[in-house]
Design a protein around this ligand. Structure first.
Ligand code: V47
Length: 357
C-alpha cells in the first residue's frame, strides 16, 4: 500500500504514477492535488488557456442504442425525433462560417434509417463548400454502429471518412471503460476494447483524436483511474490523442437515477488527477458545457488548459440539464478567461495557436 508521504515525494519528482497511486491521489485534499496539477500545467502552458471558435451540429437524434445516461436520443424520454437534411446542415455551416467558426463538430445518434451515404455525404459537401473549416466528426461509437450496420470493417469506415473529408475524431462514446459499469450504463454499444481499437486505427492513419470520460454517475474513483490509464497505455503506442475531456454527468431526463450530482470538489479533483496521470496527453479540457462555465474557469487552476469552444448550439448535454443550449459568445469567453487571471488563446482544432489575447 502506498503511503501518503511516498505519493507526495513521487508528485514532487514528477514520477509516472500507477493504478494504486492514481486512486490514492483522490485522498489528497483538493488544494494539494490542484497544486501539483497546476505545476504541470504551468510548466507546459504557462497561463495560456485554449479555446476555439466552433459549431456543434447534431444531425439526428434517432438512435438504435439505448444508453441509460442519454437524454438526447429519441426514446420515450425525448419523443421529438428529428433528422436534418443536408441542405439544413449546409445552411447552418454557412451561417456559422460568417460568424468566423474554424471547426464543425458533428456527432449524431445511431440512426439505422438514413444509410451510410447520408452520414458521409454531408462531410463531402462541407469539404467542397467550406474547404477551410476543420471537420471533427464521428465518434468511435458511431464508427462501430456504421461498421456493424453496413457490414464494413472499422478500417473501411475510417478510409471512407478520410476520403469524405473528416479531419479529426471527437472523443465521444468512451463513457467509462470498466466493463461492468459500461454494461449497466450503455450495454450493447461499442465496447471499451473496440473504442480503443478504433482510435488506434485512426491514429495509425496519421490522424488525431480526443478522448472523453463520462463521470459522476455510478462509477467509482477506481473506474475513473482505470479509464485514464487505459488511455495512457494507448497514447504510449500511438501518440494520437490531442486532448482528454472529463465530461461531468448531467442528471436530468435519463434512465440513470443519480440523485446527487457530483460535487465541485470531486470534479476539480478529477481534472487534477487527469492532468497528473496523463503525462502523455498534452491537453486537459474542462468542457464548460458539462462543468459549467464557472467551474471550467476554476479548473484552469487544477490542471485544465482548454475550455473547448463557443459551440453556438448544443443538444446532447443540454437535453440532460446543462446550460449550454446556445453556446457562449467569443468575447465573453475571452473576458472570462482574462478575468480569471489567464491568457485566452484561440487555437485551431489541432492546437496551433491562432490568436493570443
Ligand atoms: O459520449 C451523453 C456524453 C458525449 C450525457 O472531442 C453526456 O472535443 C453528460 O463527446 N451528461 C458526446 N454527458 C459529447 C462529446 C464531446 C463534447 C465536447 C467536446 C468533445 C471533443 C467531445 O456526451 C457522449 C456522452 O459521454 N453525454 N449524455 C449526460 N447526461
Amino acid at each position: 500500500m502506498i503511503l501518503e508521504k511516498d505519493l507526495l515525494e513521487k508528485l514532487e519528482n514528477g514520477s509516472r504514477l500507477n493504478f494504486e497511486e492514481g486512486v490514492k491521489l483522490f485522498d489528497l485534499d483538493v488544494i494539494t492535488l490542484g497544486h501539483y496539477a497546476n505545476k504541470i500545467r504551468v510548466d507546459r502552458f504557462g497561463k495560456k488557456t485554449y479555446f476555439n471558435i466552433n459549431r456543434h451540429i447534431n444531425p439526428t437524434n434517432i438512435c438504435k442504442d439505448v444508453c441509460q445516461f442519454c437524454a438526447y436520443s429519441a426514446t420515450r424520454k425525448n419523443p421529438n425525433q428529428y433528422t436534418l437534411s443536408h441542405e439544413e446542415i449546409l445552411k447552418t455551416v454557412e451561417k456559422s462560417s460568417k460568424n468566423g467558426i474554424k471547426e464543425v463538430h458533428i456527432v449524431s445518434a445511431h440512426n439505422p434509417n438514413t444509410g451510410l451515404d447520408w452520414y458521409m455525404d454531408i462531410f463531402k459537401k462541407i469539404r467542397k463548400n467550406f474547404p477551410d473549416i476543420h471537420i471533427k466528426a464521428l465518434t468511435a461509437a458511431e464508427i462501430h454502429f456504421l461498421s456493424t450496420e453496413y457490414n464494413l470493417s472499422y478500417q473501411e469506415i475510417i478510409d471512407i471518412m478520410c476520403e469524405s473529408g473528416v479531419d479529426s475524431m471527437p472523443g465521444g462514446g468512451a463513457e467509462i471503460f470498466d466493463e461492468k459499469v459500461r454494461k449497466r450504463i450503455c450495454g450493447g454499444k461499442v465496447s471499451s476494447t473496440q473504442w480503443l481499437e478504433i482510435h488506434k486505427l485512426w491514429h495509425e492513419k496519421g490522424r488525431k483524436s480526443n478522448a472523453t470520460m463520462l463521470f459522476g454517475h455510478i462509477e467509482s474513483r477506481e473506474n475513473r483511474v482505470d479509464h485514464i490509464l487505459r488511455l495512457r497505455d494507448l497514447q504510449n503506442i500511438t501518440n494520437g490523442f490531442n486532448a482528454f475531456i472529463p465530461l461531468v454527468f448531467q442528471t436530468e431526463n435519463n434512465y440513470l437515477k443519480v440523485k446527487e450530482p457530483v460535487t465541485a470538489n470531486e470534479i476539480l479533483k478529477t481534472y487534477a488527477v487527469s492532468r497528473i496521470l496523463l503525462d502523455n496527453i498534452p491537453n486537459i479540457k474542462a468542457y464548460w458545457a458539462t462543468s459549467t462555465v464557472k467551474l471550467a474557469l476554476i479548473a484552469q487552476e487544477f490542471g485544465a488548459n482548454d475550455v473547448d469552444g463557443t459551440i453556438e448550439k448544443e443538444s446532447i448535454q443540454s437535453a440532460a440539464g446543462a446550460a449550454s443550449k446556445n453556446g457562449i459568445a467569443q468575447l465573453e469567453f475571452v473576458d472570462l478567461i482574462k478575468n480569471a487571471g489567464f491568457i485566452p488563446v484561440e487555437r485551431d482544432s489541432i492546437y496551433n495557436e491562432l490568436k493570443v489575447y
